[in-house]
Design a protein around this ligand. Sequence first.
Ligand code: ATP
Length: 310
Amino acid sequence: MTIAPSASVIEVAGLRKHYGEVRAVDGVSFEVRRGEIFGLLGPNGAGKTTTVEILEGLRTPDAGTVRVLGIDATRHPDRIKERIGIQLQTAALYPFLTVSEVLDLFRSFYARSRSTAWLLEALDLGERRHAQTRHLSGGQRQRLSVALALVNEPELVFLDEPTTGMDPQARRSLWDLVLRLREQGTSVLLTTHYMEEAEQLCDRVAVMDHGHVLELGTVEELVTRRFHERAVHFDTLPGLDMAELGALPKVKRAVIEDGETVLYTSDVAATIAALLARTEVLGRDPTNLGIRRATLEDVFLDLTGHALRE
Ligand code: ATP
């Protein structure tokens, strides 16, 4: 009999870890499905790292159940090690070994491994292959730590703030790599402070604060759950008064923000059609017409009362 692979690579229920008075993780539950990129978002101290380290089998929870690739991660961490990839904090790299040497060393720990050439290419470290790790820049070190997480061709990769310290170009190329990994069937759990990173990469996210998961779902779900309206915005046009704009179909609110007229609407198409009909009468086209929806950052502010990065 063959056993179908489980649809979930991570199942966490009622997870709790307290340090004295500090409730680092206080009843966290979620699952990560096979083949998805799942994001844990939250400010410093939210409990992300503690949660991830428990999943990796590096810390023991006070309460709760944790299954990783169908295995109880707290009782059998040894059984998952071959199959997961962990991005270690960069300080732990061997300072006097070269990039290639560290990769080869890590490859030797596993029965199955990717080639050093693949890893150097994927993380754009070819030119630094002979450099001792102590001579790497912050961003290069970060890329090496991601390469090390991929050495054993893991089914599930844990990336803890993978793009911190990277310049925008390196960040984008890491995003591409993460998306490529997903195409190859790898599941990814990542923690991040960067809302844009979550919006670009994550199939689903959990927003954490003070040891709790406050919200869970796709970015689209999180945004539309709280913000039902979209904003239609354009350069303010003389001849249109706010009362009139506020009365256009489906418009909930019309305001002027930073020289722009903004119409909050529950039906973008109906509102724009009516707006264009009205401006046609005036003989003017609205300029810089655009539509935006609330972002994950707005969700976070609304949920916690503070921005993610302050
Ligand atoms: P960061 O983004 O800073 O890593 P985080 O969301 O990952 O934040 P955690 O590192 O999980 O948060 O920490 C959650 C809380 O638990 C914090 O208040 C932290 O100070 C505390 N904490 C974490 N590890 C320990 C420990 N070993 N002993 C005592 N308190 C700890």
